[in-house]
Structure formats: structure tokens, C-alpha cells
Design a protein around this ligand. Structure first.
Ligand SMILES: Cc1cc2nc3c(=O)[nH]c(=O)nc-3n(C[C@H](O)[C@H](O)[C@H](O)COP(=O)(O)OP(=O)(O)OC[C@H]3O[C@@H](n4cnc5c(N)ncnc54)[C@H](O)[C@@H]3O)c2cc1C
Length: 648
């Protein structure tokens, strides 16, 4: 979608030399990424400073210096064998203007780029400025006068056939410039704030393209995943699982015993793994690729300068990948109690007798079960009435059953009244199931989601908008309201997985260097590493219905999967959601041993629009858990209990 590296230097210097006018040209006849490249090259040859074509949208966006010569651009496209259509000028990003506000409208029912176009056009007709709809995020951004009545925009979206939801006014950020020291620092093509998965992918992408890159980190190199997230939690979970199975294994004729726990020993081994992966996968790469690492907290001084401990860092583009930290819910008394977060819990050297967990999202579930497996009594609580409320109900119900059967106390539909601490421990007073009760324990874990790290960045100085939860607001190219600043990963509050942060980091860097690549979140898997694990991708049955599909679903309990029988662990379920009309697989949801490994097949099915028939016509190795996916697909048309072995 972007032009060649050779063209980059020319494009950037042209951009630096003066103001650019951006145009969008309709281009018919493109069918693939090669067509995009032909069109881009033609436009660049015709004098465009930047060009990005998109065959799916049937359009090209070009930037030209000075008055645009539309005829020359059109002729160039035509000469390459494509059909140029309407050319429209794209207004520059709106300035934070006292009379204009920026809005985010949530829109349900968009399923493709055509829907995005319909929604944008409807908003434009209703008087919105620069509307941009994004079907993956289920939202549209636009500007309108601050005093404007918002109902007409909602009505316009509704009459285009979509369901408008909440409208949010994005916080207007006025530039507050401090020019002291300007010019005193170094100049880079790209400055990246953060050093986690998002930042590293951005730095690798940018240095591979020949850019001069600086990365700024205020804390431990490597960010959340390697230091305090994925790596330490998953290695401790495995230890807990083995310890639990030693005392709870289902086979006759063998005797095993879980002896004792040396928590400091476990933590030490975990720390060694973290340190070695931090070195291999992060520290060593900086020299291998050759970018500069600056230690310290970065804050914008204006839209082109970051200040780090007195040093001014200037760059043509910026990627903010500052991640998120544990959110603390507003529960009375909580701020006066020594509670634990996922970070401090994973470093505990003494096993709690009774661990109370506020929040049953993936962190609460994983860490709650870890400490239960190690021998703590665990009480897991959440506000919502249904466990894993964003998932298909069957998934939440199975997980609830599994945890309860293991001996974890699960309280749903909880209202938190207050939290206190005294010599006897922590006391959490709640109302649940119509009764008030106090849960007392010696440790309290707060695992109620994550808050983006944006406060220290002084985003106001760079004119970067934030949303109501403090997240950086980005468009599908990960561009913020400041066209030179991009954001990636947890700081945008998108799906919070390191592979999403890394994908976004790469896209943000590419776009900050002049590219036009949209972020691709079409099939993002989610895994919770409980035992059995929980893995999902694509739409739930309800989401499929809301997106306008006539969904059909198949549900296969794990006792119908041979692998579960031979392993003597039948806890779990497979659910496949498909479009009843097209047979296309829309979602796969699994609770099973190794669900996280099996889900990759589901990701391919959803991402590449496979049908249920494709799944049933494809081999699945006998006695692997992946056979469950094939059996679940077969369940649409047949009674699997009547099949012979090998799902035949
Ligand atoms: C307990 C736990 C378990 C998890 N398990 C998994 C898992 O199994 N699989 C998975 O895919 N994901 C998992 N995640 C999520 C995953 O870790 C995150 O989605 C991912 O690490 C986010 O990467 P990021 O680059 O956006 O931010 P981060 O990795 O958080 O990096 C942000 C960095 O920016 C730095 N920073 C912040 N502000 C500034 C500033 N002003 N100046 C300079 N530096 C700054 C921070 O110090 C930090 O190092 C887990 C998370 C947790 C908490």
C-alpha cells in the first residue's frame, strides 16, 4: 500500500519543505495489493509527495505540494490501466477550535468497509465534518460545532441502517507551548515512547526502513509482557498447575503427592526467566538493530518535541506506546488498605491463607486459580451477574462450574460496600444475592482492568486527544488528532494482548514514516490461561445476530472429544458460531485443556472466511484437542455421539 523505500526519502523531504494538500481519488479497477502499488507509483511519478492506494476501498489518498494538478494525477492513473473517479480534498485535521468539538459515536451493525462508507456519508449529509467510521472498532469520529444538536447525527446513522449508541465528546486538548530550550536536542525520524511489545515492534519496523530512531523508557526495559505480565504469570501458572495435578490426578494405579511449596524459590526461578528473556528479546535487539535508548520519563513540550529529563528530543514522527497499569476501582476505603495488584501478587514470598480477588476478568481468573492451586483459599468476586459476561453464555457457565467444583468461591452480581484493614486482615463488605456479608482474608488482589498511562505525557502540548477513560484516541491508521503522533498498544485501550500491541506498533511506525496501512484487527484471539484454558476468536452468537447475520451455532461438550476421555479430564466445551445462510465460520469459543493452542485453527477459519464444511472436510489429528473443533463443526449436521473414532 505504500510506495517503495526509495521514494520515502523524497516523500519526506517534500513534506518537510511546505504545506501539503491531501486528496482522495476514487480509483476503479484495482483488485489486489499489486494494483495498489501500480497506482501509488503512478501518482508519485505524477508529482505526488505521498500516495497510498487501497484496493478494497477503491481509492487512493495523495498528498501534493502546492496547488494540486488533478488532471495530471488522473491521467497518470488512467495511463496505468485503472479508472480514476471523483477527486475530493481532505480537510486537514481539525484544530482544537473553541467552536468545534470532536465526537465519537458508537455504531453497531457495521461489518465491512462499505458499511464504514455508508456511515461516513450519512454523517456528512447530516452536517458532520471529517467523519471517519471504523467497523472494527464499531465507532465513528467526526467534528461538529460545539453547540450542535447531536440527535440528527444519530438519526442519520439509524436511517442508514445502523444502530447509533453513545456519543462521547472527546476531550479537547489545547496546545500549551513552552518553547524554552527548543532546538537544544537531537533530531530523529521517529521517537517512540515506551519499550514494551508495541514500542519494540515500532522500533524494529522503523530501523528496518532506514529511519533514525530513539526509544524512551522510564521504567524497566521490555514493558509489561516480559516483566510483569505474560511471561511471569504463565510460568507461575504452569508451576501451580503441576503442583495441583500432583495431588489431583485422575489415573488409577499411580500414586503422586504434592509435597510443599517454596514460594521464594518459585519467584526466584521466575525472575531468572524474566531477566533472560528481557535480555534476549529486548535488550540485545537494541544494539542488533541500532536505535538509541534514552532512560527517563517523556513528556511532550509541543507537537514536535519530547522533553526527557531536560533533554529535548525532536522528531518528524512519534509513536506513543506507554501501555497501561492496573485500574483501582472507586470502592470506599480501598485506598487505605494494602491491596495487591497482579505485579505484587506474582512476587509474594509467603502464600496467603485466604486470597480475596476483586474482579474476575482474565487476570483475576488466572491469578485466583494459581493461588488456589498452590493451596490458598480463594474468593473471586465480580460485579456482573454472569461470569465472563462478554463471552458466549455457555463459556462463562462452564468456567463458573469448573472453578466452583475445584473449590474456589465465586461471588457474582456483587456490590462493593467498603473495604477495611485491621490486625485480623482485610475485610471486604459486599452485597451479593440480596444479602450483605463481609469476606475476610489476609490478602486482597485488585484485578479490575487497566488504566492507560497518559498522564505524564503532557499530551495537551501536542494537541493529542484523549477519550473518557484516559486512552489515546486513534483512527484506523493509529494516527492521533496530531497527524505526526501515532499510538499503539494498551495505551489506546484496544484488545489488550501483546500480539495486538506488536501489530499496532509496526503499523504505527510505518504510518509515522509516511505509510497508509490500516490496523487489522479482524480476527484477534483471546486466551485465558486457566486450567482448563479459555480461548475465543470472532463473534459471539449474540454479536453475530447484532451484526446482521442469521447465526447458527453448535455446542460440543468436552466429553464428546476423545482427547478429553483419554486424559480423563472432560471439563469444557467447544462452540462454533456460523452464518446460517453462507455457512461461514464467524466465531470459535473453547474451554478445554490447550484451548489456546487449538484456537489458532479458529483464527484462520475466521480470518480467511472458511465455512463449516471446510472444517468438516479437513483432517484433524486423532486424539488431539484440535479434533474438538472438527467435531463441533460436524455437530451442525450430525449427532457426534454416533460417529466412530477419528470423527468419521
Ligand atoms: C498479569 C498480566 C498477564 C498478561 N498475560 C498476557 C498473555 O498471556 N498474553 C498476552 O498477549 N498479553 C498478556 N498481557 C497483556 C500484555 O502484557 C499487554 O497487552 C502488552 O504488554 C502491552 O504492551 P504495550 O507495548 O502496549 O505496553 P507496555 O508493555 O505496558 O509498555 C509500556 C512502557 O511504557 C513505559 N512508559 C509509560 N509512560 C512513559 C513515559 N511517559 N515515558 C517513558 N516511558 C513510559 C512504561 O514504563 C512501560 O515500560 C498480560 C498483562 C498482565 C498485566
Amino acid at each position: 500500500m505504500t510506495s517503495s523505500t526509495d521514494n520515502n526519502a523524497g516523500r519526506q523531504s517534500a513534506a518537510a519543505a511546505g504545506e501539503l494538500t491531501r486528496l482522495r481519488m476514487r480509483v476503479d479497477g484495482m483488485t489486489c495489493p499489486s494494483c495498489e502499488r501500480h497506482v501509488e507509483q503512478a501518482l508519485l511519478n505524477a508529482g505526488a509527495a505521498e500516495a497510498g492506494a487501497d484496493f478494497r476501498r477503491g481509492e487512493a489518498v495523495v498528498s501534493v505540494q502546492g496547488p494540486p494538478d488533478e488532471a495530471a494525477l488522473r491521467a497518470a492513473v488512467e495511463a496505468t490501466g485503472y479508472r480514476p473517479g471523483l477527486v475530493e480534498r481532505i480537510s486537514p485535521e481539525p484544530e482544537a477550535d473553541a467552536d468545534q468539538s470532536q465526537y465519537r459515536l458508537s455504531v453497531e451493525g457495521m461489518t465491512c468497509t462499505d458499511c464504514e462508507r455508508h456511515v461516513s456519508e450519512a454523517l456528512l449529509d447530516a452536517g458532520a465534518l471529517n467523519p471517519v467510521a471504523n467497523f472494527r472498532r464499531g465507532e465513528a469520529h467526526f467534528s461538529a460545532p460545539s453547540a450542535a444538536e447531536l440527535r440528527p447525527f444519530e438519526e442519520a446513522v439509524a436511517s442508514a441502517g445502523y444502530r447509533p449508541g453513545q456519543v462521547e465528546v472527546l476531550t479537547p486538548q489545547r496546545a500549551e507551548t513552552h518553547r524554552n530550550g527548543r532546538g537544544g536536542g537531537d533530531r530523529y525520524d521517529l521517537a517512540i515512547v515506551g519499550s514494551g511489545g508495541g514500542a519494540f515492534a515500532a522500533a524494529i519496523t522503523a530501523t528496518e526502513r532506514g529511519a533514525r530512531v530513539v526509544m524512551i523508557e522510564r521504567g524497566t526495559l521490555g514493558g509489561t509482557c516480559v516483566n510483569i505480565g505474560c511471561v511471569p504469570s504463565k510460568t507461575q501458572l504452569r508451576a501451580g498447575e503441576l503442583y495441583w495435578h500432583a495431588a489431583h490426578q485422575p489415573f488409577q494405579g499411580i500414586r503422586t503427592r504434592a509435597e510443599s511449596i517454596d514460594l521464594p524459590g518459585m519467584v526466584h526461578q521466575k525472575d531468572e526467566l524474566v531477566a533472560s528473556l528481557r535480555k534476549e528479546k529486548y535488550g540485545d535487539l537494541i544494539d542488533a538493530y541500532g536505535w538509541e535508548l534514552v532512560r527517563g520519563e517523556a513528556a511532550f513540550e509541543d507537537s514536535g518535541i519530547l522533553r526527557v529529563d531536560g533533554r529535548a528530543i525532536q522528531a518528524d514522527g512519534f509513536v506513543v506506546a506507554t501501555g497501561a497499569r492496573p485500574a483501582v476501582p472507586p470502592i470506599q476505603g480501598l485506598n487505605r488498605v494494602d491491596y495487591l495488584t497482579s505485579t505484587s501478587l506474582l512476587n509474594l514470598k509467603r502464600l496467603p491463607e485466604h486470597l480475596i480477588v476483586i474482579g474476575a476478568g482474565y487476570v483475576g481468573l488466572e491469578l485466583g486459580q494459581l493461588f488456589h492451586h498452590l493451596g490458598s483459599r480463594v474468593t473471586l468476586m465480580q460485579r456482573s451477574e454472569r461470569m465472563l459476561s462478554g463471552y458466549d453464555p455457555e463459556i462463562g457457565d462452564v468456567v463458573h462450574e469448573v472453578l466452583t467444583a475445584e473449590g474456589i468461591e465465586v461471588l457474582l452480581g456483587v456490590t462493593y460496600l467498603d473495604v477495611k484493614q485491621d490486625a485480623a486482615g482485610k475485610h471486604v463488605r459486599v452485597r451479593a444475592g440480596g444479602h450483605e456479608r463481609t469476606i475476610q482474608g489476609d490478602a486482597l488482589l485488585v484485578a479490575t482492568g487497566r488504566t492507560p498511562n497518559t498522564e505524564a505525557l503532557n499530551l495537551a502540548s501536542a494537541g493529542v486527544n484523549i477519550g473518557s477513560r484516559g486512552e489515546i484516541v486513534v483512527d484506523e491508521h493509529l494516527r492521533t488528532s496530531n497527524p505526526r503522533v501515532f499510538a499503539a498498544g494498551d495505551v489506546t485501550l484496544g484488545p489488550q494482548y501483546v500480539y495486538v500491541a506488536a501489530h499496532e506498533g509496526a503499523v504505527a511506525a510505518e504510518n509515522a514514516l509516511g505509510g497508509t496501512r490500516p490496523v487489522d484487527l479482524r480476527a484477534v484471539p483471546g486466551v485465558t490461561f486457566t486450567s482448563p484454558s479459555i480461548a475465543t476468536v470472532g463473534l459471539t452468537e449474540e454479536a453475530a445476530r447484532q451484526a446482521g447475520h442469521g447465526p447458527k451455532s453448535s455446542i460440543l461438550p468436552l466429553h464428546a472429544v476423545p482427547r478429553a476421555l483419554v486424559h480423563r479430564d472432560e471439563r469444557g466445551i467447544f462452540k462454533v458460531v456460523a452464518d446460517a445462510h453462507t455457512d461461514q465460520v464467524l466465531g470459535v469459543h473453547i474451554v478445554a485443556e490447550n484451548a489456546g493452542d487449538v484456537i489458532y485453527a479458529g483464527v484462520l477459519a475466521v480470518r480467511f472466511h472458511l465455512t463449516v464444511k471446510d472444517l468438516t472436510d479437513t483432517f484433524a489429528p486423532y486424539l488431539t484437542m484440535s479434533e474438538g473443533l472438527k467435531l463441533a463443526a460436524q455437530t451442525f449436521g450430525r449427532d457426534v455421539s454416533k460417529l466412530s473414532c477419528c470423527a468419521a
